[in-house]
Ligand binder design. Sequence first.
Ligand code: SF4
Length: 178
Amino acid sequence: MYFDSLFISRSTPENIAINLAGECTCDKCNHGCKYGAGALKKGEEKKLAKFLKLKEEELKEKYLEEIELFNTKLFRPKLIREQGKPYGRCVFFDGEKGLCKVHQAKPLQCKIASGHEHGKQMHVWFVLNHFVNPDDPESIRQYAEYLKHNKTIPGGALLELIPNKIKLRKIINYEILR
Ligand code: SF4
């Protein structure tokens, strides 16, 4: 259920998670920018808009797209997709220099993502703190499906999110819908 070597937990504070990820612009770490983009946590649009000297609405229209995971919607930078492909380069990735054009204001998921060995655990940390919503039964049901095929980190087991066993069972069995 948990990763074999534990590196981070759901309750690890954001600043520690960022420090643990470290800053890196190596090819391995930039790989994600060529085929996707990290999500902004709620409210980060403001900082990115300020950095780009745009109004928030303008930023969303020109540069962001909405994504949904575990019944939660967040924004990420638009992807420049080649025709017919579901993935593409992040709109803020400078392919020639191999650099992020919005480095100082990049999304939290980009800050904690990296190609290092703990990358998967960092991804789960972001998912648990910003996509999985213990107050939303549908979010929990979708996460329960995810857990059937994926490992998690401490704090991310179903009973850690919903400690009441009866409530959890009812959520999973659709006896509690919303
Ligand atoms: S915002 Fe920057 S770090 Fe994040 S995916 Fe785009 S180019 Fe990469």
